[in-house]
Design a binder for this molecule. Structure first.
Ligand code: GLA
Length: 463
């Protein structure tokens, strides 16, 4: 298969923008493990345990170099239309839910007036179906003139005037998934068009691409084309999702070109879909977790909290686990009509802080037994987030006993820690010794999310 591009133009490190931010590297936990003083047999046992965990999980693997555009230093937060509004083109019959500039302007207003922007949701993103069916006479993409009468530049100005950023959608192949013009053969023109319009994020889909070579080259080429425009544009890819049926994705390479990347099927508004994403993630964690970090993230797809398909406990599970997975938080819901409970969950500061933790390490599934799953994520300042899911879909709440020594690779609570339950409701659980246990109760399909901080009764500061 011949490539459309001169391979020398697509291989090699992406160009650098001036806006480079400092990325945190290194592994403070490893250092702690080795310098820890052994004062008792328990500690020796703990150290052995910790080293055992270290050997099991690719802890020491240095993260691959990220796309060096200074963006997505923490996972992107915002709103994306697809799951809730899909490809509704009928503005006659359904003026309030068709894909139109009015929809995005309304969402922009609400993102500011209803506290979403203050909570961190910054990117208002258009998905498929915004385009006119044809490019213009100069080969540029254009918005559908009926549904976006002001055009995208006008919408971007409006979104920017609210202090938000605008995301747009295009496709690496000949057509978008919904059949609108694809970017194949037009990568430079499209990147420049988006930059000229003032776009801040590109979701680049992978439908209608005729070969793996075109897919790979196209994703790389677009990364470089965006960078060449000089505008800061977050690059959201679906490269591994479309590649994996044909070839194992090289995540280290993908991270060099994309700010986040989808690997698994589209989310839908159902528990079945959320749990399939969790199962895919845990079964591939050896390959994907260590790759994530400042500048590049695994993307398990949109948050569907606030819609129709998830029970309250399942919404709690999605929020907690998207925080553990360091996932982009792109809500797809109707901000004009969302329950106060869903809004509070999506705007929950302490959970967002876990998602946005500056250490930038993705969490992983620690253990799975008797229909419980324990997940954990290392956080800055030697803290940890722990999530326990009750995966049993029959019966009522079930108790789970956490052995404190097992948390955070054996070091999170050595010699003691302070534990706060964040979800389903916030409760200070207090101080726990390294050898103690914690009993929690979890609803079916629900999650208990904990924040564990390394502190003793006597000191309020870090040990
Ligand atoms: C694909 C993507 C979705 C959405 C649709 C739009 O299925 O994976 O996220 O963008 O295309 O057509």
């Amino acid at each position: 298969m011949t490539s459309l591009f001169n391979s020398s133009s697509v291989i090699g490190p992406p160009l650098r923008l001036n806006l480079k931010a400092q990325v945190t590297r290194g592994n403070p936990y490893c250092m702690i493990t080795v310098t820890m003083q052994l004062r008792s047999t328990e500690r020796q046992l703990g150290c052995a345990l910790a080293l055992c965990f270290l050997a099991l999980i690719p802890w020491g693997i240095p993260r691959a170099r990220a796309l060096d555009n200074g963006l997505a230093i923490t996972p992107t937060m915002g709103w994306l239309h697809w799951e809730r509004f899909m490809c509704n083109l009928d503005c006659q019959e359904e003026p309030d839910s068709c894909i139109s500039e009015q929809l995005f302007m309304q969402m922009a207003e609400l993102m500011v007036s209803d506290g979403w922007k203050d909570a961190g949701y910054e990117y208002l993103c258009i998905d498929d179906c915004w385009m006119a069916p044809q490019r213009d006479s100069e080969g540029r993409l254009q918005a559908d003139p009926q549904r976006f009468p002001g055009g995208i530049r006008h919408l971007a100005n409006y979104v920017h005037s609210k202090g938000l950023k605008l995301g747009i959608y295009a496709d690496v192949g000949n057509k978008t998934c919904a059949g609108f013009p694809g970017s194949f053969g037009y990568y430079d023109i499209d990147a420049q068009t988006f930059a000229d319009w003032g776009v801040d994020l590109l979701k680049f889909d992978g439908c209608h691409c005729d070969s793996i070579q075109h897919l790979t080259d196209g994703y790389k080429y677009m990364s470089l084309a965006l960078n060449k425009t000089g505008r800061s544009i977050v690059y959201s890819c679906e490269w591994p999702l479309y590649m994996s049926p044909l070839k194992k994705p090289n995540y280290e390479e993908i991270r060099q070109y994309c700010n986040h990347w989808r690997s698994f099927a589209d989310i839908s508004d159902s528990w079945q879909s959320v749990k399939s994403i969790l199962d895919w993630t845990s079964s591939h964690q050896e390959r994907i977790v260590h790759v994530a970090g400042p500048g590049g993230w695994n993307d398990p797809d949109m948050l569907v909290i606030g819609n129709f398909g998830l029970s309250w406990d399942q919404q709690v599970t999605q929020m907690a686990l998207w925080a553990i997975m360091a996932a982009p938080l792109l809500m797809s819901n109707d901000l004009r009509n969302i329950s106060p409970q869903a809004k509070a969950l999506l705007q929950y500061k302490d959970v967002i802080a876990i998602n946005q933790d500056p250490l930038g390490k993705q969490g992983y599934q620690l253990r799975k037994a008797s229909n419980f799953e324990v997940w954990e994520r290392p956080l800055a300042d030697l803290a940890w987030a722990i999530a326990v899911i009750n995966r049993q879909e029959i019966g009522g709440p079930r108790s789970y006993t956490i052995s404190i020594v097992s948390l955070g690779r054996g070091v999170a609570c050595n010699p003691a820690c302070h534990i706060t339950q964040l979800l389903p409701v916030k409760r200070e659980l207090g101080f726990y010794e390294w050898t103690s246990e914690l009993k929690i109760r979890i609803n079916p399909t629900g999650t208990v999310l904990l924040r564990v901080e390394k502190r003793s009764h006597t000191s309020k500061s870090l040990i």
